[in-house]
Design a protein around this ligand. Structure first.
Ligand code: KG4
Ligand code: ZN
Length: 324
């Protein structure tokens, strides 16, 4: 839940994280997720408005995620947005979750100023728990140039973290431990890395890690955990950066966005900056608070539609469709 001004300034951004609720299950339980959304959503909206001293007559519109995602959770957000839109007499617009991630760097707040080139063509690497794609973005058109053919990058991190006994969601834990490990200690496969196309795959890497870990004793895993994490992380990042490099070379685009939950990864951030420097490109990486799921990115992605009057009809439903 976020309040974002017409000038894309984030006035407040509140996150009701459910990480601790789902942690015992090792992943998101859809039914529990939507029940928690139901109890969290209205208090969070009240808190945001009250903290900023903003009344409903100052709200130009409501942006809400309607696709793709867990349908139960989408319904909670959508029904709340539609009900508020009707009762407060404001327009609402359904937003694609991935468009939200792609627009995340184009906000600003007290500690972060986004780049000014959101109207120019750019390349976007979006890496989250459910999606991993490379897009070219031009004049509001989002074209998929490449995609994972199996697991998303975040999923690859989370499943690996589980194998080495780290708690859910494991991506950030792997990142933290990797700092103490040797990225060259173990060799993992990098499927499709040499091919010219921009698709990639993580399931072979995950199976190779599984086979390696199965052969190790619990003591050995504990002892080598940092090396395992560092080697695995380096492989995932190398695959992503190699494909992003090819995408830049193939399109010649000079502006790059890297976003989504996995863009919080410290090695990916460092390597993406290196790539941009090497190619003389501008890079936009959202600050960590706008990498993982948040309301500000959804508000930002819906802002132009609201300002242009391109709002949604009240029969808009949730959708599993992945095209933006
Ligand atoms: O975008 P996001 O918050 O939710 C989805 O749309 O899926 O992404 C969540 C994913 C999780 O898989 C999480 O482990 C991963 O982002 N993640 C990270 C890091 N922080 C979050 N993966 C690697 N390194 C991190 N520092
Ligand atoms: Zn996300």
């Amino acid at each position: 839940m976020a309040l974002v001004s017409e000038a894309s300034e984030v006035l407040c951004c509140l996150v009701a994280s459910q990480d601790l609720v789902h942690e015992p299950f090792g992943g998101v339980v859809p039914e529990i997720a939507s029940r928690n959304h139901t109890s969290n959503i209205l208090p969070l909206i009240d808190e945001a408005l009250t903290s900023q001293n903003i009344s409903w007559d100052q709200i130009l519109g409501i942006a809400v995620t309607n696709r793709p995602g867990l349908v139960g959770s989408l319904i909670v957000g959508l029904v709340t947005a539609k009900t508020l839109a009707l009762s407060k007499n404001v327009p609402f617009v359904g937003v694609h979750h991935i468009k939200g991630h792609i627009m995340a760097p184009f906000v600003s707040d007290e500690d972060y100023k986004g780049p000014g080139w959101h109207n120019e063509p750019f390349l976007a690497l979006v890496v989250s728990g459910g999606h991993s794609q490379i897009y070219s973005v031009e004049k509001g058109e989002f074209k998929v140039l490449g995609s994972t053919i199996d697991d998303a990058a975040g999923e690859a991190f989370d499943k690996f973290a589980k194998m080495v006994g780290l708690p859910y969601p494991g991506g950030v834990q792997v990142d933290r431990l990797s700092v103490k490990g040797d990225p060259k200690a173990f060799q993992f496969p990098k499927p499709m890395i040499r091919e010219a196309h921009l698709n990639f795959s993580f399931s072979g890497l995950k199976s190779a890690a599984q086979r390696l870990i199965e052969k190790m004793s619990l003591d050995e895993i504990e002892l080598r955990k940092a090396d395992l994490c560092a080697s695995y992380q380096a492989t995932v990042v190398e695959v992503l950066i190699t494909k992003l490099r090819k995408a830049q070379e193939q399109t010649g685009l000079q502006n790059i966005v890297v976003s989504g939950g996995v863009s919080a990864n410290s090695l990916l951030r460092a390597k993406a900056q290196e790539l941009a420097k090497d190619k003389g490109c501008e890079i936009a990486l959202p600050p960590l608070r706008y990498c993982t799921d948040n309301g500000a990115m959804i508000a930002r992605a819906g802002l132009e539609d609201i300002l242009n009057g391109q709002v949604s009809a009240h029969d808009l439903g949730p959708s599993p469709r992945s095209e933006i």
